[in-house]
Design a protein around this ligand. Sequence first.
Ligand code: HEC
Ligand code: HEC
Ligand code: HEC
Length: 180
Amino acid sequence: MRLTRPLLALLALTVLAAAGGGVVIRKGPLPVEADWHARAQAWFDSADEKARKQQMRAAGRALKQPCKYCHTKTFDGYTDKLDISRQMLALSAEHQVGCDDCHSGKVEYTELGVVAGAMWQISREQKVFCDHCHVKGARFEKLTKEGDAFQPEWAQRKAALLKAVVEAQPASTPAEPAAP
Ligand code: HEC
Ligand code: HEC
Ligand code: HEC
């Protein structure tokens, strides 16, 4: 589902009461150090170069970004999007979700993506990654015992965190052609 303007407004309304303030969602440090290259590799369904490119193309489409958003022109290196993209590939593979389950263009997120934005903030605070609280392979539908233990705090902070994510979203840009 797309996070359209009316939905944004609705979200903002429902969270207005609990305006916590001061929560910065984007552009913070990454939650945790790990072998992100290895974890990102698990996202690829195949070792075949052609199949890998195909899968990458779909990822680029979800973000409406070309290859050079993350790769250098000659494909011998990466841009500054490497670290976050690796973590994105890793969480997508580990939790069996697609980029388009959360991303719906360059700056827009789906509803699930907005919740994930709040989760990203929590992960940073606790210096853990998603699998600390979410059972792998279960599309974020099953919590670990650490996740269960976090439920009361989430219930308390949910409104403020979601509000901060929504506010962090830049205004919609006009649709652009999909990545090649
Ligand atoms: C959002 C960022 C992003 C975009 C856009 C993107 N890639 Fe990637 N790509 C990555 C990351 C991250 C990796 C994995 C890096 C690692 O292994 O640590 C990767 C890996 C690859 C690999 C596998 C390299 C290997 O190890 O075998 C190929 C091939 C590839 N990309 C091609 C493409 C092509 C072609 C496009 C455009 C259609 C594209 N990528 C778009 C981030 C991106
Ligand atoms: C579970 C939801 C979710 C999934 C699945 C997901 N993302 Fe993300 N992504 C997010 C959120 C939330 C952010 C913002 C993180 C932050 O607050 O810094 C983000 C940020 C990013 C960014 C950095 C934003 C930017 O453009 O500078 C890139 C690149 C990205 N995602 C690529 C991907 C790719 C590629 C995939 C699929 C392999 C993917 N994401 C899958 C939720 C998701
Ligand atoms: C400290 C524990 C904790 C961490 C870390 C955590 N989560 Fe969560 N997550 C939760 C709890 C608790 C819920 C609420 C579950 C519920 O409502 O029953 C939740 C809900 C979600 C949901 C909504 C599921 C749905 O179907 O509505 C998504 C998506 C999600 N988390 C993604 C992530 C991502 C992505 C990460 C890593 C960046 C992450 N979470 C890290 C505890 C955590």
